[in-house]
Design a protein around this ligand. Structure first.
Ligand SMILES: [Zn+2]
Length: 316
């Protein structure tokens, strides 16, 4: 009898890394996570990652075979199998695929988190049946996956879709990429915290956010305050949507997609972010299209979308 096939799915985020063992039907059988940020050297990070995968494999009962490893990371180059100087991590270039293949002796693929999320949405999520759509991953930074004619669009060097670094405000906020005014300095978990600090300094109105020390302020806390009716926290999301809307209108002009899908930790803010984004998208849309692209939230209910999407790179 053939051994059951297992795939490892790894989502390397700027803050945390999540990983899991996934069945060929997309079921998550084992999972774990650890801090990415803690590792200043990529070699120590990869050592930990290999240990984590080995530990998950050791937990599997019965006969099985690890049949592939799929990983998503910021600034990942699909063609070269590398992670290239990610803006939020000080790692330089990481030969990810080579190192993992040397250890596990199975096919290993890496791509940016946006592409993995787009695959997940196409195979399991709200983009089932769509051929042209764009997924934005909203986390510590902002990633993007572009699906054209049912395939991931990689670009010349495998680096297409770094939407977080389109400049939306020339001379605006400093970005970790070394430039200024990039979209992710406004629309990301970190960008939202910067917007909250900006609005708190500009407006002298009462807000529960004033009581939170800047070092421990998170997008999640701002979302919770907004949900409870804090006006300033609500304004932070309105401001974020107003920056994101025109960026989506620009994407629609270039790609004429069926949908633009918001995915990732920040997408859990739900209508807080979706509503002002859709309003601003509509205000800024070019009206030549018979059908305007839908702006949708990914279904993130089970919390496994990112690792399942990464595994889908090698499980198709
Ligand atoms: Zn940038």
């Amino acid at each position: 009898m053939d051994k059951e096939k297992l795939f490892a799915g790894i989502d390397i985020g700027g803050t945390n890394t999540a990983l899991g063992l996934i069945s060929s039907e997309g079921r998550v059988l084992q999972e774990s996570s650890f801090s990415t940020q803690k590792y200043e050297q990529s070699s120590a990070f990869l050592g930990r990652l290999i240990d984590e995968i080995e530990q998950l494999l050791a937990l599997m009962p019965g006969e099985f075979a690890l049949s592939g490893i799929g990983a998503a990371a910021p600034m990942a180059n699909f063609f070269r199998g590398t992670i290239e100087s990610p803006a939020n991590l000080n790692w330089g270039e990481v030969a990810f695929v080579k190192i993992m293949q040397n250890h596990f002796k199975v096919k290993t693929v890496i791509t940016n988190d946006g592409n993995a999320a787009a695959l997940e949405e196409m195979v399991f999520g709200v983009a089932k049946g769509m051929k042209n759509f764009i997924v934005l991953t909203l986390g510590t930074g902002l990633g993007c996956g572009i699906i054209l004619n049912g395939e991931i669009y990689y670009g010349t060097d495998g680096l297409a879709g770094e939407l977080g670094h389109i400049i939306v405000e020339p001379g605006g906020r400093d970005c970790a990429c070394g430039r200024a005014g990039c979209l992710e300095t406004y629309v990301s978990a970190t960008g939202i915290c910067r917007s909250a600090s900006m609005l708190m300094a500009q407006k002298q109105c009462a807000s529960v956010l004033h009581a939170i020390p800047p070092a421990v302020l998170t997008a999640e806390k701002i979302a919770r305050a907004a949900d409870r009716g804090d006006a300033l926290a609500g304004e932070v999301f309105a401001f974020t949507g107003a920056v994101l809307g025109p960026a989506l209108a620009n994407l629609a002009v270039i790609f004429n997609p069926e949908a633009i899908i918001l995915f990732g930790g920040l997408a859990k803010a739900g209508d807080l972010l979706l509503k002002p984004t859709i309003d601003s998208f509509r205000q800024n849309s070019l009206n030549i299209y018979k059908r305007e692209a839908q702006v949708l939230m990914a279904d993130m209910q089970d919390g496994h979308s990112a690792i399942r999407g990464a595994a889908a790179l090698v499980n198709r």
